[in-house]
Design a protein around this ligand. Structure first.
Ligand SMILES: C[S@@+](CC[C@H](N)C(=O)[O-])C[C@H]1O[C@@H](n2cnc3c(N)ncnc32)[C@H](O)[C@@H]1O
Length: 221
């Protein structure tokens, strides 16, 4: 049985050359975002975006919730994977960066599938639970402020239907989660969520050690 293969830049290039299917529009948004302050670290990697799109199709998702829009690169990839009558609610605390990405949603012809909510995610999620009801979403992607992760996970689990999927980004958090000397609030919150997930009988889980770590949690029926 093979052990984990270390991912060198050359191997990542190879993997992309045989498996990455992006296009000019996605590349343009990704490259433009990478020029913004902190942009490179904030947006998901292209292969992760492709993976999310695949998950949407595997789950047969029609209703998706994203917590953490930024310039909407992940939003765009997920919106394109939805059926024409599908919808993605995406939320961010500020409209500054989503406004940068919104023209790309238009150009891709999927703006009508995207429902952007501006405000603190905790409030947006409470409002969604009240107005849309628990179990209203097929898939939830969590990718906002890390100190909010334990709370966002609980809300996401309520908002996703039984059999639906919660995907959580950055669960390896630059490797800091494994270093006990790192105790900043972000790392502590991600560690707390990882510990909770390990023992959470409400879900089936897998932590994919790709990109910055993506944990998939399927809500048990
Ligand atoms: C890692 S970025 C999201 C990246 C995006 N999913 C992508 O791949 O392009 C995190 C986003 O969460 C937003 N955010 C931070 N704190 C928030 C909060 N309390 N409520 C809602 N959004 C928040 C930030 O403004 C930022 O745009």
């Amino acid at each position: 049985m093979a052990d984990q293969t270390a991912l060198s830049p050359a191997l990542l290039d190879y993997a992309r050359s045989v498996a990455l299917r992006d296009d000019d529009l996605l590349r343009e948004l990704h490259e433009m975002t990478a020029q913004l302050p902190g942009g490179r670290a904030m947006q998901i990697m292209p292969e992760e975006a492709q993976f999310l799109a695949l998950l949407i199709r595997l789950v047969g998702a029609r209703r998706v919730l994203e917590i953490g829009t930024f310039t909407g690169y992940s939003t765009l990839c997920m919106a394109r994977a939805l059926p024409a009558d599908g919808r993605i609610v995406t939320c961010d605390i500020s409209d500054k960066w989503p406004d940068v990405g919104a023209p790309f949603w238009q150009r891709a012809g999927v703006a009508d599938r995207i429902d952007l909510r501006i405000g603190d995610a905790a409030e947006t999620l409470a409002e969604l639970r009240e107005r849309e009801g628990d179990g209203a979403f097929d898939l939830v992607f969590v990718d906002a402020d890390k100190t909010g992760y334990p709370h966002y996970y609980e809300q996401a689990l309520a908002l996703v239907r039984p059999g639906g999927l919660v995907a959580i980004d950055n669960t390896l958090f630059f490797g800091w989660v494994a270093d006990p000397a790192v105790d900043d609030p972000d790392t502590v919150a991600v560690r707390k969520l990882n510990d909770l997930l390990r023992d959470d009988e409400r879900v089936d889980i897998a932590l994919l050690t790709v990109a910055d770590g993506i944990t998939l949690a399927r809500r048990r029926e």
